[in-house]
Design a protein. Structure first.
Length: 118
């Protein structure tokens, strides 16, 4: 992977070395999955479930979102999503909602970094 692409991914909180190891060194496959990330519906599902006050659906969406971020070695996004997942696991919608602004900002930064790679 070239230095510019690596630097942009790392600035977005992606552990490139770990991600490449997870994808067995296949850079093309990693990039395919990273560039598909913006189409993953789990973040929007999380926001919609929170707006409805649906703790069970919010937890399911947050857990999925965190898992996708983790599988793509998006460490910063994973760390930001983890407390939201734990709040929702405990059924604490108010606390989870209080953490959403920071999570949404990290998500936006990640998407911007990914769009710069296309």
């Amino acid at each position: 992977m070239d230095e510019m692409r690596t630097a942009r991914l790392e600035a977005a909180g992606v552990d490139v070395e770990e991600a490449l190891a997870r994808f067995m060194g296949n850079e093309a496959l990693l990039m395919k999955f990273l560039l598909q990330f913006p189409q993953d519906p789990s973040f929007q599902q999380l926001k919609e479930a929170l707006a409805r006050g649906d703790a069970a659906q919010a937890f399911a969406a947050a857990h999925t979102f965190k898992g996708v971020a983790g599988n793509l070695s998006m460490k910063a996004l994973f760390r930001q999503a983890s407390p939201v997942v734990e709040d929702l696991r405990a059924g604490d919608l108010a606390s989870a909602e209080g953490k959403m602004e920071a999570l949404e900002e990290r998500y936006r930064q990640t998407l911007e970094a990914l769009s710069s790679l296309e």
